[in-house]
Design a protein around this ligand. Structure first.
Ligand code: ATP
Ligand code: MG
Length: 555
């Protein structure tokens, strides 16, 4: 099925700019700050920026917005590049805001020369007090009327590192009475004595986001600078700088950020989960980071599909994570090969099956995709089944195994339970059954009805593995909304990870590479953990087959 061409308010603007000849080529950019790993919220921005560039045969740059040396690291730069490629996108040009530090400095000097910027000696607190409020105008800084010469001299000395951190700022001279707080003489440069991950100790002053971002866009001739709604009130300032400096006019357009229930999408909070060891690193499979989702086995196609389905809007809202989960299931259902696994095994002995015999049965690799074909699975006298598929004294509606009951061993035979053994703790150690030799393939010769079908593994084909059963990281719909005095970590789901050891998987599974995705029949979708080895195989549950969560909550 061909996907319908997307329309939304941003694409409308772009189409009209192309039609009117305002632009002949569309240039967008994705501008992350390298202060953590990318998350599902960023995926929306990536799909939007790269997606639009692709659709309109334009270009999309990757630009690291590395203007704050205190929080940024090279590790994050590399992680982000890997994640963007994994998601399926490739940038045209690669830039760093720090590449423009000299140019930005020169542009700030021009603003000073035009009388549009001044060095201010007020402390951060004084600046706050002078700024006024939403209902009251601010007051002019006593340093506002410094001469151009004095400003140029002080600014140069700020740059040379003569003054202590935080002691002075360079500010734009706009309007302390503006109803838009962002226009009340915003800071352009601040003094920070901290090594930068790329420029080292060359700079002692760093540009503020609002000044830097529009210049970066303009220098790269970005036609449409797409960002999230929080920046709406910064747009007049974005336009002010470009207008005063008479530069290429990039156009900022804001769209709603992605919020997902049962999730937090902000590096600030995700960082705390990592630093305070609530999770096992940025790539913990429970994290909504791209690296976490990769390790969890979520296909990048599912993330792109999700971003396409939610679309672009002008109003913030919260998306139900069930929608994301259904995109994941759809994708995996179509592509993932099926295999048999037993998470909590108990031995099943087929008493009337010869000990020295092995048969192979045809196993449909993926009923949704014939091209994946058929493979063979061995059947022997000794098998393993799921402990939960047997009940000593089952109720009538239980269609799995119980004394005297007949069930289907998927793709193999119909078997009838003849007995079982228990240990001294009452735990079942072995189940016995007889098979109907006429039911090869699992079909009753006389058409008798057998409701239950269970999965199994032959002891000949079974290998031990660790299975990590992941669930949602948060138990609360809005993790950030906590009781008074509470913390978002109170919302964590205590059952977000259960580790099952001594599980059995088919032999061919233990040598699959990290990231290999499959469906464990009846259990859900799983992938091979990157640290899995044939000697110590580890599988991560990506997602269950159905939404057991919602049902569980209703109980
Ligand atoms: P965080 O709070 O997680 O650090 P951020 O917006 O500060 O997010 P940046 O690295 O500055 O992170 O973001 C890069 C780009 O991704 C920006 O254009 C930003 O608007 C966009 N982005 C970040 N979070 C979301 C989100 N939840 N939905 C849509 N876009 C987002
Ligand atoms: Mg940020």
């Amino acid at each position: 099925m061909e996907e319908k061409r997307k329309t939304d308010f941003i694409r409308d603007i772009i189409e009209s700019d192309l039609a009117s000849g305002k632009h002949s080529e569309i240039i967008t950019r994705f501008p992350p700050e390298p202060n953590g790993y990318l998350h599902i919220g960023h995926a929306k921005s990536i799909c939007t920026n790269f997606g639009i560039a692709e659709e309109y045969r334009g270009r999309c740059n990757l630009r690291f917005d590395d203007t704050n040396p205190v929080k940024e690291e090279t590790e994050f730069v590399e992680g982000m590049m890997e994640d963007i490629r994994w998601l399926g996108f490739q940038w045209d040009e690669l830039h760093y805001a720090s590449d423009y530090f000299q140019k930005m400095y020169e542009l700030a000097v021009i603003l000073i020369e035009m009388g549009l910027a001044y060095v201010c000696d007020l402390s951060a607190e004084e600046i706050r007090n002078y700024r006024g409020t939403l209902t009251e105008p601010g007051k002019n800084s006593p340093y506002r009327d410094r001469s151009v010469e004095e400003n140029l001299d002080l600014f140069r000395r700020m740059k040379e590192g003569e003054f202590p951190a935080g002691s002075r700022t360079l500010r734009a001279k706009i309007d302390m009475a503006s109803p838009n707080m962002n226009m009340r003489d915003p800071a352009i440069y601040r003094i920070v004595h901290h090594s930068h991950h790329r420029t080292g100790d060359s700079w002692r002053i760093y540009p503020m986001y609002d000044f830097a971002h529009c210049l970066e866009d303009s220098i790269e001739r970005v036609t449409h600078s797409l960002c999230t709604l929080e920046f709406e009130d910064n747009r007049p300032l974005y336009d002010w700088y470009l207008e005063k400096l008479d530069m290429f006019r990039s156009r900022q357009i804001e769209f709603a950020r992605l919020n997902l229930n049962y999730t937090v999408v902000s590096k600030r909070y995700l960082r705390r989960l990592v630093e305070e060891n609530f999770v096992d690193g940025w790539d913990d499979p429970r994290m909504p980071t791209l690296c976490g989702m990769r390790r969890r086995g979520i296909p990048p196609e599912a993330i792109r599909k999700f971003c396409s389905v939610i679309g672009l809007a002008k109003r913030n809202s919260t998306v139900d994570i069930a929608l994301f989960e259904s995109c994941i299931r759809d994708e995996l259902n179509a592509k993932a090969p099926r295999v048999m696994s037993v998470i909590d095994p108990v031995r099943l002995v087929v008493e009337n099956y010869p000990e020295d015999r092995t048969e192979s049965f045809d196993y449909t690799v993926n009923p949704e995709d014939e091209s994946q074909g058929i493979r063979k699975v061995p059947f022997t006298r000794e098998l393993y089944i799921e402990r939960g598929d047997f009940m000593e004294d089952p109720p009538r509606k239980y269609h799995r195994m119980g004394p005297g009951r007949e069930v289907r061993l998927r793709y193999a035979y119909l078997v009838t339970c003849t007995g079982f053994e228990k240990d001294e703790n009452g735990r079942i150690t072995e189940i016995r059954c007889v098979y109907d030799p006429e039911s090869s393939g699992g079909n009753a010769p006389d058409g008798r009805k057998v409701r239950g079908t269970i999965h199994w593994i032959s002891s000949e084909n079974a290998r031990e593995a660790e299975v990590r059963l992941y669930d949602r990281l948060f138990a609360q719909e809005n993790p950030l909304k906590t009781e008074e005095g509470g913390d978002f970590t109170d919302s964590l789901n205590p059952d977000s990870l259960k580790v099952a050891r001594g599980c059995l998987v088919e032999e061919h599974m233990v040598s699959r590479p990290g990231g290999y995705t499959c469906q464990f029949e009846r259990h859900g979708y799983f992938c091979v953990d990157p640290e899995s080895t044939p000697e110590r195989p580890v599988f991560n549950r990506t997602i269950t087959l159905k939404d057991s969560w919602a049902r569980q909550q209703k109980r």
